[in-house]
Write a protein that binds this ligand. Structure first.
Ligand code: PHE
Length: 338
């Protein structure tokens, strides 16, 4: 058998060195090492050999297999290399290359990480919630009565099962308080959806950053300090910020925060970037009902909440006059932020 194997190896080596294409080599691999290959068939005969012959033949068999296999691999590589070299010779290195667009982070992502970084420095941690929500999380738990305009079909995207695309990230306030004990200090960035007419300052899907801080003795001064620090660290200390009294069902008192937008070649204009306020006691009461305890007792804890619009922040930061530019994926626009 050893002799037989030696002959096979000789034949194989010759055939491999004569082969000129990868196709031929693939065939040779099958002929010798395949399931019905020459070497495989011989291997099957091993079991008929005597005790003394077996180890010698086994060694020879392994060697034959390895040598043929290696020879095939080396030859395949050689042929591939030769082909690559040929292709490379036909390349005109003086032709201009394919331009690689300069890429950078999208303005919204930049605003997001700057806001998150500033808020983390103040001890906020990240929380999240689903974009498809129940009416209870989006409205009822947030003290929003049945006749509130946000609950209208024409203002909100409803599913047939009664759930909806959340109209704001304030739903995460509720989910957080349902699942953790006070004190809580969380932020939650994410998408919000409204049936708004799309124009230069409105989109039907946009990005909010929600914040909630509940503890003993949280005051309006804490709210103002936190948001001023946040907005100044994004826009610089000289940015003009104003708190304008407003109404939200789930905060009392409530404010909207405006920032002065100075877009190039345009009149300076106040732009609303956030809603905020002190958590309404009714929200705590509703949360307690669903938890079945009184851990968020309005007598014991107080809190503030805010919701920022990230698109608006980006528009102010870079003087972008049309919000739609942020979703058009026009590289001529996006490259400016690289
Ligand atoms: N959810 C409000 C909105 O989308 C913003 C807000 C958040 C207001 C938290 C007060 C407190 O307009």
């Amino acid at each position: 058998m050893v002799e037989e194997l030696e002959n096979i190896l000789k034949d194989a080596t010759l055939a491999i060195s004569n082969a000129a294409t990868i196709d031929e080599l693939d065939k040779l691999r099958l002929t010798y090492l395949g399931k019905k290959g020459i070497v495989t068939i011989i291997a099957a005969k091993m079991k008929d050999l005597g005790k003394e012959e077996k180890p010698v033949a086994g060694k020879a068999l392994n060697k034959t297999r390895t040598v043929i296999n290696d020879a095939l691999d080396v030859k395949v590589l050689n042929i591939q290399e030769a082909e690559d070299r040929k292709t490379a010779q036909n390349i005109d290195v003086t032709l201009p290359g394919t331009p690689m667009p300069r890429v950078g982070r999208h303005p919204i992502s930049q605003m997001l990480s700057e806001s998150v970084n500033a808020l983390r420095r103040m001890g906020f941690s990240l929380a999240s919630g689903p974009e498809i929500e129940t009416e209870w999380h989006c409205f009822d738990a947030l003290n929003t009565p049945a006749d509130h305009p946000a609950r209208n079909e024409s203002d909100t995207f409803y599913f047939t099962d009664g759930r909806l695309l959340r109209t704001h990230t304030s739903t995460v306030q509720i989910r957080t308080m349902q699942n953790s004990e006070p004190p809580v200090r969380i932020i939650s960035p994410g998408a919000a959806y409204r049936r708004d007419e799309i124009d230069s300052t409105h989109l039907s899907q946009f990005n909010q950053l929600e914040g909630l801080y509940v503890d003993k003795n949280v005051s309006l001064a804490d709210l103002k300090g936190t948001l001023e620090y946040l907005l100044h660290s994004i826009f610089g200390k000289n940015t003009q910020i104003r708190f304008r009294p407003h109404f939200f069902p789930f905060t009392e008192p409530s404010f909207e925060i405006d920032i002065l937008l100075q877009a190039q070649g345009k009149q300076p204009k106040w732009i609303e970037v956030a809603g905020c306020g002190m958590v309404d006691p009714n929200v705590f009461i509703e949360v307690n009902k669903s938890r079945g305890d009184n851990n968020y007792s309005p007598e014991e804890v107080s809190g503030f909440a805010f919701g920022l619009g990230l698109e608006r922040l980006a528009m102010i930061r870079w003087g972008i006059s049309d919000i739609r530019l942020l979703i058009e994926n026009d590289t001529r626009f996006l490259q400016q932020f690289a």
